[in-house]
Ligand binder design. Structure first.
Ligand SMILES: CC(C)(COP(=O)(O)OP(=O)(O)OC[C@H]1O[C@@H](n2cnc3c(N)ncnc32)[C@H](O)[C@@H]1OP(=O)(O)O)[C@@H](O)C(=O)NCCC(=O)NCCS
Length: 158
């Protein structure tokens, strides 16, 4: 099978039984130091998100394996007559990249965002990432905003 052949996947909401699959995906990507090595931090955070009203969590399943997931959070802006979906993560396992899985995940979460009456969908993408260099988001119709800068400040909440 060619590496560029579309990979057939089923996109569906993340369930508790997917947690080991998502953790495995993160291990393969290179375990983030923010997570404990036994996966408990990530597992607990994901489990808590499943019941969060503001969270959208979808997985891409191929051959009963989780090969990717997307997480978005619905945020409210008082200035707009609607809400915004902020994509916090979209990950596809290395061996499945470039085969349409990320595109399918983004299409599915866009549909869910529209159903939640979001007027906009947005994502932060590091310029250092391969996905930025290869224009993943522009290829899906996303526009880079030249007039907006993303400021952040770390907060200590004890
Ligand atoms: C970015 C990512 C989610 C895209 O998912 P994917 O399944 O590889 O993407 P698709 O197959 O749907 O490809 C869509 C387009 O993305 C581009 N692309 C971006 N990053 C890519 C990558 N690492 N590998 C292959 N294609 C990539 C391709 O140009 C492709 O367009 P084309 O098919 O016309 O060439 C996935 O590559 C990934 O998990 N990367 C690492 C994590 C990451 O960067 N996440 C986004 C952070 S905000």
């Amino acid at each position: 099978m060619s590496a560029h052949e579309p990979l057939p996947v089923r996109i569906r909401p993340l369930q508790r039984s997917d947690l080991p699959g998502v953790m495995q995906l993160h291990r393969e990507l290179g375990w983030n130091p923010a997570f404990k090595a036994d996966g408990s931090t990530l597992g607990q955070r994901l489990a808590a998100l499943i019941t969060e009203e503001s969270a959208l969590l979808l997985v891409a399943e191929h051959d009963r394996h989780v090969v990717g997931y997307v997480h978005g959070e619905v945020v409210t802006h008082l200035l707009f007559a609607g809400r915004e979906l902020l994509i916090t993560e979209v990950f596809v396992v290395g061996s499945a990249r470039g085969r349409g899985v990320g595109t399918a995940l983004m299409a599915a979460i866009e549909t869910q965002a529209a159903a939640r009456k979001c007027f906009r969908i947005s994502v932060l993408n590091s310029r250092e990432r391969e996905s930025y260099r290869r224009g993943f988001y522009p290829s899906l119709g996303y526009e880079e905003r030249p007039s907006v800068v993303n400021f952040t400040k770390r907060l200590d909440w004890g």
